[in-house]
Design a protein around this ligand. Structure first.
Ligand code: ARG
Length: 463
């Protein structure tokens, strides 16, 4: 079958070339974006007096029919269709003859593919943001439930200071909040209409690009035709934002993996998110958390792939750009699924306080509290740090805890110190005292949750 562009060719494409060249098997998922672009385009062509009303009407009607048929799986694409733009246009021409041939006036596949992917990207960004908001909602609820439940806070994977579980969860809330903001900003930059840029230089035909922008719901129109058909920044930005978001997911997933280990046993992951072993009957593995961590690899890979595809390409369009789609599709699918699965998993995860509490007595978690207490009693911080360091060393060598130290032992370490000069050493005392803005005290965590809820409620669905 001759291609729509075969006029200057004497020979058909070699079979293997045709297959290598085709993008239809993956870009077919852009069919409704492609048809939306064509409907807006032909509507504008009619309004500008470029096609007649009957021509416009039959093109729009037939495009809608084609859309329904593709949706219902009634159309099977073959390698001869090349890509979704050619496929839809060929069907249109087969059905309408000469009238169908008027659609591609003042348009090129170069601006067509740009408009399709921008429409698609806008829809997917909205979906990602929705899923992120669901994740935020789940985190707020869980954080509220555990706002005053104490666990070990780590640095360098070493016991550092006691924190509340709600506080720890709210740290992730902040990360995902920034992810939402990043995707919202990405949406703004994607919201530009490239249609009418044509091959690279615009057109002599009197089109109205602002009108197609309006019809397609784009806030803005791209300024420079050459940039419009060469730009893939908006895809790179989605891939970058997705990589950062997935890195956050992966860090939290890693915590779930080790919290779920026998050594920690901090959490109980619902059975519906775990799998068993084919040989070891006792196993309940946190596979979903591991997969979330593992899938981060492909998301980073897709970003690297497109950055590399784009880096040496001269202006304007190059076929290299066809390589932008599979990574984009894979990224949005993976990220959306990951967000939904992880949010559901967090929702069903409970913390095992009896095990968490067991660890609180280890590692002198209240050491900083003692030093800060000395500071309040006018000892310079560096000296206070030194004294508590000596107390830790003494306790470690004598297998004691701070509370076991007698006045005599303390005075030997430093004359300024006695049992009376020690603060409330309980974990509750330590946590309750950290009321600095952003600190881990339950009242402060409550404030963070309240601010988080206000922000989430205020997030308009305006995109
Ligand atoms: N399938 C192509 C792509 O995805 C569409 C644009 C083709 N343009 C062209 N001049 N060959 O990039």
């Amino acid at each position: 079958m001759a291609s729509l562009w075969s006029g200057r060719f004497e020979k058909a494409m070699d079979e293997i070339v045709e297959e290598f060249n085709a993008s239809i098997f993956f870009d077919k998922r852009l069919y409704d974006c492609d048809i939306a672009g064509s409907i807006a385009h032909v509507t504008m062509l009619f309004e500008q007096g470029i096609v007649s009303e009957e021509e416009k009407n039959s093109i729009v009607e037939t495009l809608k029919e084609i859309r329904t048929e593709i949706k219902e799986g009634k159309i099977t694409f073959t390698v001869h269709d090349e890509d979704i733009h050619m496929a839809v246009e060929s069907i249109l021409i087969k059905r309408l003859g000469e009238t169908g041939k008027r659609l591609h006036t003042a348009r090129s596949r170069n601006d067509q593919v740009a408009v399709d992917t921008r429409l698609y990207a806008k829809r997917e960004i909205r979906e990602i943001i929705e899923n992120l908001k669901y994740m935020e909602h789940v985190l707020l609820e869980k954080a509220d439930k555990y706002h005053d439940k104490i666990m070990v806070g780590f640095t360098h994977m070493q016991h550092a200071q006691p924190v509340t579980i709600g506080f720890h969860l709210m740290a992730y809330f902040q990360m995902f909040k920034r992810d939402i903001e990043r995707f919202e900003q990405c949406f703004e930059r994607t919201d530009y209409n490239p249609l009418g840029s044509c091959a690279l230089a615009g057109t002599t035909i009197p089109i109205n690009r602002h009108r197609t922008a309006e019809l397609l719901g784009f806030k803005n129109v791209t300024e420079n035709a050459m940039d419009s058909v060469s730009d893939r920044d908006y895809i790179l930005e989605i891939l970058s934002d997705a990589s950062i978001c997935m890195m956050h997911i992966s860090r939290m997933a890693e915590e779930f993996v080790y919290w779920n280990s026998q050594e920690f046993s901090y959490i109980w992951i619902d059975d519906s998110f775990c799998t068993g072993s084919s040989i070891m009957p006792q196993k309940k593995n946190p596979d979903m958390a591991e997969l979330l961590r593992g899938k981060t690899g492909r998301i980073y890979g897709n970003l690297m792939q497109l950055l590399t595809v784009m880096k040496g390409t001269p202006l304007a369009y190059n076929k290299d750009f066809q390589e932008d789609k599979e990574g984009l599709f894979d990224t949005v699918d993976t990220l959306n699924k990951s967000l939904v699965i992880f949010a559901k998993m967090i929702e069903k995860t409970e913390f095992r306080m009896e095990n968490i509490q067991k660890h609180l007595g280890q590692g002198f978690l209240n050491a900083t509290d003692i030093a800060e207490h000395f500071v309040k009693n006018k000892i310079p911080f560096r000296e206070a740090h030194e004294i508590v360091g000596k107390m830790v060393k003494y306790c470690e060598s004598n297998n004691k805890d701070f509370v076991d130290l007698s006045d005599e032992e303390l005075q030997k370490i430093d004359a300024r110190v006695s049992r009376k000069s020690l603060p409330d050493l309980t974990m509750e005392g330590c946590v309750n005292g950290r009321v600095s803005y952003g600190g881990t005290a339950p009242v402060e965590v409550k404030r963070q949750i309240k601010a988080g809820r206000q922000w989430l409620e205020g997030e308009q669905d305006e995109l």
